[in-house]
Design a protein around this ligand. Structure first.
Ligand code: GDP
Length: 328
């Protein structure tokens, strides 16, 4: 793709053309060499979207909740982007929806973009794949971007770190709270949603969560106390309360200057991830790959120590090496 191609694609995405938006996110997913130019062109048009992360164990109702949230935000007149990130899958094949069947009702709405993205095998991993895709949706005019994690594990926590507000979903049932604590999810949640509140034990789960949240670091006046909201996403119940809780958190972030601070921290992680990836690429480059191999032999034979070898390797990394795109 030539420079004109990228410029045109970005212009069409900014114009809100869904295929151009999808194409740009595919470039992100594939770590395409064009990304550098894409990001440069998008940068001046970003920073408007409010980014909400939704996380929780599989089956808890994230997809159902996301769909209900889309409806709520649409009623308020917002344009909505949805990124369903699957860190456990190597490719989405550019799937518009993947298996997010519960969002199908929104597919024909021109004010909604839904896209799944697979990040396993992405060299930058979640650290920059998700933020870059969010940037595409932001520049395309989305007022709200919902980032839903599809996979499981620690990556949920990583994704959560990339949102302005993170909603953690749990369902009633034994040990949910304990599991949440284990996954470090209590620390990242700004809003907790006990979904499937039509099931037994919802009040107990709410109590348990409130108790565990109370055990954390003491809060001063004006600090954010994550609310625990009950919902039955499948019936749309409690969704307005979830939206209200997200709105309160957003207001709190803005009033405290935390919104800018969070975004700056996120940008720092992203820059660092890109730089580290570039450094790895340089070390693995043809000449430096040989140098690393030679140094490794010397260390293995006791001819030098690993610190000295690392210094030597780094000293040899002069110039060159692009921070963007596979194969550069
Ligand atoms: P995800 O894997 O976290 O995205 O969960 P899904 O949104 O796919 O939901 C998993 C299952 O739970 C589906 O069969 C939903 O219909 C069902 N579900 C979602 N919300 C509720 C709810 O509030 N109550 C009940 N009983 N079932 C729900």
């Amino acid at each position: 793709m030539g420079g004109g191609g990228v410029a045109d694609l970005v212009a069409r995405a900014r114009d809100g053309q869904p295929r151009a938006v999808a194409r740009l996110i595919t470039l992100v997913e594939n770590e395409a060499p064009e990304l550098r130019e894409v990001m440069a062109r998008l940068a001046p048009h970003t920073g408007h979207a409010y980014v909400v992360g939704l996380t929780g164990a599989p089956g808890v109702g994230k997809s159902t909740t996301t769909s209900a949230l889309i409806s709520a935000f649409r009623r308020a007149g917002d344009r909505v982007g949805v990124l369903a990130v699957d860190p456990s899958s190597p490719f989405s094949g550019g799937a518009l929806l993947g298996d997010r069947v519960r969002m199908v009702e929104h597919v024909s709405d021109p004010g909604v973009y839904i896209r799944s993205m697979a990040t396993r095998g992405h060299l930058g991993g979640l650290a920059w794949a998700a933020p870059q895709a969010v940037r595409v949706l932001d520049a395309a005019g989305c007022d709200v971007v919902l980032v839903e994690t599809v996979g499981v594990g620690q990556s949920e926590v990583d994704i959560a770190g990339q949102a302005d507000t993170t909603a953690v979903l749990v369902a009633p049932g034994m040990g949910d709270g304990v599991q949440a604590a284990k996954a470090g999810i209590l620390e990242v949640g700004d809003v907790f949603v006990v979904n499937k509140a039509d099931r037994d034990g919802a009040d107990a789960t709410v109590r348990e969560l409130n108790h565990m949240l109370g055990l954390g670091a003491p809060r001063g006046p004006g600090d954010w106390r994550p609310p625990v909201v009950k919902a039955v996403a499948a019936r749309g119940e409690g969704v307005d309360e979830v939206v209200a809780a997200l709105g309160r958190h957003r207001g709190w972030l803005t009033d405290r200057g935390e919104l800018g601070a969070r975004r700056t921290r996120r940008a720092a992680r992203e820059i660092e991830a890109i730089a580290v990836t570039a450094l790895r690429r340089r070390m693995a480059g043809v000449a430096d790959g040989r140098r690393l191999a030679a140094l490794a032999e010397r260390v293995a034979e006791g001819g030098t120590d690993p610190y000295a070898a690392a210094d030597e390797l780094l000293a040899g990394l002069t110039g060159g090496g692009s921070a963007a795109g596979r194969g550069r």
